[in-house]
Design a protein around this ligand. Structure first.
Ligand SMILES: Nc1ncnc2c1ncn2[C@@H]1O[C@H](COP(=O)(O)OP(=O)(O)O)[C@@H](O)[C@H]1O
Ligand SMILES: [Mg+2]
Length: 397
């Protein structure tokens, strides 16, 4: 019986050839529409190969605009080119959301060079010291990408970057470690010491979101590999591109494509149709992703919760920001936080808007400031309230 079900399922035709090509850890053979940005990186890191001097740069941009894949492509190709030039340059891409502490990052570095080195019980500075010595003795260089560095600095402060820039200097050695930071929110720069901050600010690449046409090209590149020939209706691609273009988000486009394929398979359809994309869309709330919520700062979360509560209790689609401000005070009290002033409150709303969490609508002429209206267009409020409250609680515990 169960065997029959299994066989039946395996015999079913699928629209997919290889869905894993659509997952976010897949690295595409070429990047589409990022030549200028790639060239910018090449210019910044040129001295690394030309005169063996270390460099630092920062990539910033919203979720899904290709920060990670751009850095990875650049780093691996630079390494390749260095090898041809007989320069021993390594590329290491660490995600600071996975390696959350200064120790974890330093331990990764040590392990990268020698998995057998003992590192337990040693402090981060000692660990870096081992790495620096190793680079010097073997005449090696390293390009280190610290992905989601804003998250890391907000959590741990600036020590890691400070240690990294001082480690070689303190031993009177040349700095052989170059750093490529990736951040979603550039405000972490305020927490850095001023030399480090200004280096990053002078070498900062802001990645803009993709337009619908660009997203279509990115999808076309994957469709060939991911789906059987002709399995995706061109209109489906167009519709998904239009949805994801609202946030310029390629990750969302590829995720919707994948989910639409699953829906098509589920209905036993030979082609992925627009209706499947719509159904896929209803499964994700791209407007509000958990990783975006997790990244918000405390008072931004409190302000968002206030918007949700206010909308809920009013039962209306739009509420005035002045009303939300009152609710914000109550929410702050509930969480034992001191409410911030109007200017700051306004900046929280602006940021929530920039992240696509809320919509702000100035009222007609004759109204000012307080009379801006606010809405949450795409997501059930009950879902959002639960998610925000959860992430606030996590913080408290
Ligand atoms: N220019 C591009 N060409 C091809 N694929 C891309 C491009 N930009 C982004 N992608 C793909 O979109 C997804 C999201 O990109 P990612 O680098 O993870 O974004 P971010 O790090 O900015 O959140 C990944 O699957 C990535 O491979
Ligand atoms: Mg990324």
């Amino acid at each position: 019986m169960s065997r029959r079900i299994l066989e039946e399922e395996l015999r079913k035709r699928s629209v997919f050839r290889d869905p894993s090509v659509l997952f976010s850890d897949y690295i595409p053979p070429v990047l589409v529409h990022r030549d200028d940005e790639f060239r910018w990186l090449a210019q910044v890191f040129r001295p690394l190969l030309a005169s063996l001097t270390s460099q630092r740069a920062l990539i910033v941009g919203d979720i899904g605009v290709g920060k990670t894949v751009l850095a990875y492509k650049f780093g691996t190709e630079l390494k390749e080119l260095a090898r041809e030039k007989k320069i021993q340059l390594d590329y290491l891409h660490l995600n600071c959301r996975k390696d959350k502490t200064v120790f974890a990052i330093c331990a990764k570095l040590v392990q990268h060079y020698n998995p057998r080195w003992p590192y337990h019980g040693l402090g981060p500075e000692k660990l870096l010291d081992m790495v620096v010595t190793h680079l010097q003795v073997h005449d090696k260089y390293l390009l280190l990408t610290l992905d989601e560095i804003d998250y890391f600095v907000n959590l741990n402060g600036p020590d890691l970057l400070f240690f990294l820039s001082r480690a070689a200097e303190e031993k009177g050695l040349k700095n052989r470690i170059s750093i490529l930071g990736i951040a979603h929110d550039r405000r972490f720069l305020d927490k850095l010491d001023s030399p480090t901050r200004s280096t990053f600010m002078h070498n900062m690449l802001v990645l803009e979101g993709y337009g619908a046409q660009e997203l279509m090209d990115i999808m076309e590149q994957r469709i060939e590999l991911a789906f059987r020939p002709g399995a995706v209706d061109p209109e489906t691609v167009e519709l998904i591109a239009d949805i994801a273009a609202r946030w310029g988000n390629a990750r969302l486009a590829l995720e919707l494509l994948w989910r639409a394929g699953l829906v098509a398979d589920n209905y036993g359809s030979e082609t992925v149709l627009p209706e499947h994309a719509r159904e896929a869309k209803s499964e994700v709330y791209p407007e509000i992703r958990r990783d975006v919520l997790a990244d918000l700062q405390l008072h931004e979360k409190l302000a968002l919760l206030a918007v949700v509560r206010r909308l809920k209790s009013s039962g209306q689609a739009y509420v005035f920001t002045g009303e939300v401000k009152n609710t914000y005070r109550i929410v702050c009290e509930e969480y034992g936080e001191k409410p911030r002033g109007v200017t700051q409150f306004w900046s929280y709303l602006q940021r929530l808007r920039a992240l696509g969490l809320v919509m702000l609508k100035p009222s007609g002429p004759g109204h000012r400031g307080q009379s801006t209206r606010i809405a949450i267009p795409d997501v059930p409020l009950s879902w959002l309230e639960k998610e925000v409250a959860k992430s606030l609680k996590r913080r408290a515990s």
